[in-house]
Design a protein around this ligand. Structure first.
Ligand SMILES: [Zn+2]
Length: 224
């Protein structure tokens, strides 16, 4: 028997990042084979579906344009917290805020009413994301999509520049959240010197309208 593999040279690559506490798979899809790696994450908080919609709309756009992506490898993790998304809650299955569970600056104290976990990186979702990033030293910048604060937050000077670039396209304000975020992805990115933009969408809106409003900003972030 002859096995015939027909594989498109432009096919996207799906990678397992890890599994959630309840065993749901966390997936990354990579588009393009270029040397500049960029990572987009959404669904960190399970009750912020607007961000998941935006990332998944971007994936649809990338799939249509894949043959044009020569300079970049664009990794998308649209549902970092699949248990939280299934339960429509901010935290994961144990109700831990994954964006306070990184090791950098971690605090044992609850943050704004949410557990930070029993220890730094106690949650499988956080640990898996950390491994995914550190295994790819080519990642030049990270975009993390949240809701509902309606602003572009940043970590690092380069993060600020990228946030301003995005703001020129979508009219959002560039600002910082104004309260402490120990153990956040931002603190991790500061420690590893990876520019991060945290995009806070406004609450609500229809999926396609969200994409139409923000697609130019997303592409500006990718291009740097
Ligand atoms: Zn969030």
């Amino acid at each position: 028997m002859v096995l015939c593999w027909i594989v498109s040279a432009q096919a996207s690559l799906v990678t397992t990042v890890g599994a959630s506490f309840e065993g749901r798979e966390i997936l990354a899809t990579t588009y393009g084979y270029g040397s500049t790696e960029v990572l987009v994450i959404s669904g960190t908080h399970g009750d912020e579906i607007e961000g998941v919609w935006l990332a998944e709309s971007f994936m649809t756009d990338l799939a249509a344009k894949e043959s044009e992506i020569t300079e970049f490898s664009i990794h998308i993790i649209p549902r970092l917290n699949p248990d939280g998304i299934a339960k429509m809650q901010r935290g994961n299955a144990r109700n831990v805020d994954l964006n306070r569970n990184f090791a950098e600056g971690w605090s044992a104290a609850n943050q704004r009413g949410f557990s930070t976990g029993s220890a730094p990186l106690s949650e499988p979702e956080t640990a898996a994301l950390r491994e995914f990033i550190l295994a790819r030293p080519g990642i030049k910048r990270i975009l993390s999509i949240h809701a509902p604060l309606n602003m572009l937050d940043f970590d690092g000077e380069e993060g600020k520049r990228l946030a301003q670039l995005m703001a020129e396209r979508n009219g959002m304000r560039v600002a910082t959240v104004g309260y402490p975020t120990p153990g956040s992805l931002g603190k991790f990115c500061q420690a590893f010197r990876i520019p991060l933009v945290t995009m806070e969408l406004p609450r609500g809106g229809e999926k396609n309208a969200i994409w139409q409003r923000h697609q130019a900003a997303i592409w500006a972030f990718i291009g740097g």
